[in-house]
Write a protein that binds this ligand. Structure first.
Ligand SMILES: [Zn+2]
Length: 126
């Protein structure tokens, strides 16, 4: 801890609200979520769309989660917590070339492990 307030944590909600995890990075309730990050849906208008399109998936109520030592965010597994740490708490800034390569790897990974359910988007053929 560096004596500053931790960032707003979207998983801090009513203890009985079901937990979800982000299948891919997206912004929710003013917080930028990383892949694997735990959140509680807060009854926003688009919540239904998040599950339908595959941005989030439910977390078992007894699932073990992993907390980031730097900022307190919680994750569904160690791999996604490590990915978050490498992205958010990196010791030095990336060069523009490294940044591009990193983004390309991220997009290729997401397309493979967490594709959106675009067939379920509004307007898609039934
Ligand atoms: Zn963190």
């Amino acid at each position: 801890m560096k004596g500053q307030l931790p960032p707003k944590q979207p998983d801090a909600g009513p203890a009985d609200a079901p937990r979800f995890f982000a299948r891919r990075p997206f912004d929710y309730a003013g917080a930028a979520l990383d892949r694997g990050q735990i959140l509680r849906l807060q009854g926003a208008r688009n919540d239904e769309k998040l599950t339908r399109l595959g941005y989030v998936a439910a977390v078992e109520s007894d699932a073990t989660t992993y907390t980031c030592a730097e900022c307190g965010a919680t994750f569904i597994d160690i791999a996604t917590r490590s990915g978050h740490g490498q992205t958010r708490h990196r010791a030095r800034a990336l060069t523009p070339g490294e940044e591009d390569a990193h983004e390309e790897r991220q997009e290729a990974l997401l397309a493979q492990v967490a594709p959106l359910y675009l067939d379920k988007a509004a307007g898609a053929a039934p």
